[in-house]
Design a protein around this ligand. Structure first.
Ligand SMILES: Cc1cc2nc3c(=O)[nH]c(=O)nc-3n(C[C@H](O)[C@H](O)[C@H](O)COP(=O)(O)OP(=O)(O)OC[C@H]3O[C@@H](n4cnc5c(N)ncnc54)[C@H](O)[C@@H]3O)c2cc1C
Ligand code: FES
Length: 257
């Protein structure tokens, strides 16, 4: 059940260029893939914004975010002790979504992350553990391969791609599929990343008629995060679905681009 509570920033680290890991007071009982809606108490940032819950333990929860516009710029300047209002946990996480799509307990999982998409996948990797988790992690440059040292310890195999070749293989995550990693070696593929990457994966699955289940977390624009404003509806085979309540995790077989 979603709870609304007042919290405050207890720690803030710039972990990569314009990318911040912020810890806030209060533990959130969440399922990997669920998110928080956060609002700050000033004019720009009073509108709540969604962020994946990165971890929650020892009386705090955290989010990992990149500065994209006015809101995230303001949040990046939040001081220790700054008050925030939080709605959490929101949405349907990866575990519940796997049950919905009748995917049984996987033994071998391929994760595909694009840039900040790692924020949503990190707790899922943590949940399933190293022995079950392989990761393809892509970005525009090495700056997007966030927390590489920590993440590489959490997976049994890691393939990195960057579009400028500054880290790992030059190219995009799809360039690794079939050439270095076969989706058929896995029980399920879980992904999160920019809209363009998710659409490309969806096309790739359909074009190659891959029958390994692919689930992805979608980062739609959200107004309320609570199923009230209908601003986050996505096209699905049997009519629109709300990304903030039914999602953000969907099966590729259900979504229509
Ligand atoms: C369920 C969910 C979970 C999310 N989890 C995270 C997370 O863990 N970490 C995180 O950094 N972000 C996450 N996001 C995205 C985050 O909510 C947005 O980055 C944020 O709302 C941007 O607000 P803004 O006002 O700073 O920028 P805006 O003014 O809203 O956007 C500025 C510009 O950046 C572009 N932009 C905004 N967000 C993104 C994006 N994610 N990727 C590429 N371009 C973008 C916009 O199209 C626009 O051109 C999540 C979104 C959803 C729906
Ligand atoms: S964001 Fe308001 S209904 Fe989904």
């Amino acid at each position: 059940m979603v709870k609304v509570f007042e919290s405050s920033v207890v720690k803030k680290d710039e972990v990569a260029s314009s990318t911040f890991l912020v810890e806030m007071e209060g533990e959130v009982d969440f399922e990997p893939g669920q998110f928080v809606m956060i609002s700050l108490q000033n004019e720009i940032s009073v509108i709540p914004k969604p962020f994946s819950i990165f971890y929650s333990k020892d009386g705090v929860f955290s989010v990992l975010f990149k500065v994209f516009g006015a809101w995230t710029d303001r949040f990046s300047k939040a001081g220790i002790g700054e008050k925030v209002r939080v709605y959490a946990p929101c949405g349907t996480g990866f575990l519940t979504a796997m049950k919905r799509y009748e995917i049984s307990e996987p033994k071998n999982i391929l994760f595909i992350a694009g840039g900040l998409g790692i924020a949503s996948l990190y707790p899922v990797i943590d949940f399933f553990g190293k022995s079950k988790s392989s990761l393809i992690f892509g970005g525009r440059s090495s700056q997007d391969i966030i927390l590489k040292d920590i993440i590489s310890e959490k997976v049994k195999s890691l393939h990195i791609t960057t579009q400028d070749g500054s880290e790992g293989k030059r190219g995009v995550v799809l360039d690794v599929l079939f050439k270095e990693v076969s989706p058929y070696d896995f029980d399920v593929v879980l992904s999160c990343g920019p809209h363009g990457m998710i659409k490309a994966l969806w096309d790739f699955w359909n074009k190659n008629k891959i029958d390994v289940p692919l689930l992805f977390a979608m980062e739609e624009r959200m107004g309320c995060g609570l199923g009230l404003c209908f601003s986050c509806a996505v096209k699905a085979r049997h009519g629109p679905k709300l990304c903030c309540t039914y999602g953000p995790v969907f099966s590729h077989s259900e979504i229509v681009f």
